[in-house]
Write a protein that binds this ligand. Sequence first.
Ligand SMILES: [Zn+2]
Length: 347
Amino acid sequence: MAPRCSIVPPYLLSRLVEAGVPLEGDVAALATRTLATDVRLRAERPERARARIGRPEPGPQRTVDDAQGGTDLPGRTARREGDPPSGDVAVDEAYDGLGATWTMLFEAFERDSLDDAGRPLPATVHYGDRYDNAFWDGERMVFGDGDGQVFGRFTASVSVIGHELAHGVVQYTADLVYRGQPGALNEHVADVVGALVEQHAARQRAEEATWLIGAGLFQPGIDGVALRSMAAPGTAYDDPLLGRDPQPAHYDDYVVTDEDDGGVHLNSGIPNRAFHLAATALGGFAWERAGLVWYDALRDPGLSREADFAAFAATTLAAAEARFGAGSEEVDAVASGWAGVGVEPDR
Ligand SMILES: [Zn+2]
């Protein structure tokens, strides 16, 4: 079963509904529609990664389809791998973002696509009528155009594309249950990959990066910089319409709720901050050390699908030790990252 992993969490969409924004193409009505559409899709759990295929020249295998404002998937094919730019901004941004994600996974982690076996990367753009979300449905990436007042088109953020595709990587590796703490870890790993894709594409060092997820999605007039901040969870937006970013940055502030699959988009702020602390303590390109440690942890067969924060923290420490050695600065950085957010690793 693959959950439908959306980038805009339900509590944010509810704010749009409550606010009842009056405008042409009423955002509130659109948000209601988005909530109604965001039912969980059921998909067969994919088989574990097949044996590596010996492709002579590995590269992304992208197809971008156009739903043309409808909700039938996949839609009409708009650009295949190797095709020149289509001229449709959403199509071309999706194509480039899929490419940037494939390239980061391959160059930083030597991973050949989501399943490490060259899995094709399908995406659909122009999904729905001003649809306020983007999601991974277990099969493909799907992007709405946004309502135009609060959200613009969802292909505009490379970190969003990396985030959604990372749900595919999780699906093929740790397959963390999308609920409660393992669900927040699933969201967290997706944010880590999203941030790393953006940093890798821009060749940004940890200390230069914004650590924002979904920068550029908010339309002018919205008081916010992104959907989430990994460096300072809870500070990404504070807007009369959207309210204040509700993410906790410390385990003391863990949110217990039944909504949002048990707060998966909320409590991910806690491990996000731990990763940011570890990566900035180490400095340099975050994918080279902290990112690699997290990637190793994700693939550790000992990591349960139902891992909580303490178990995941312990797995990252073991991964840092295995790759960089006991007593290394990498182990210290990872330990201080978790300590900084109040998570005590399992022993
Ligand atoms: Zn997600």
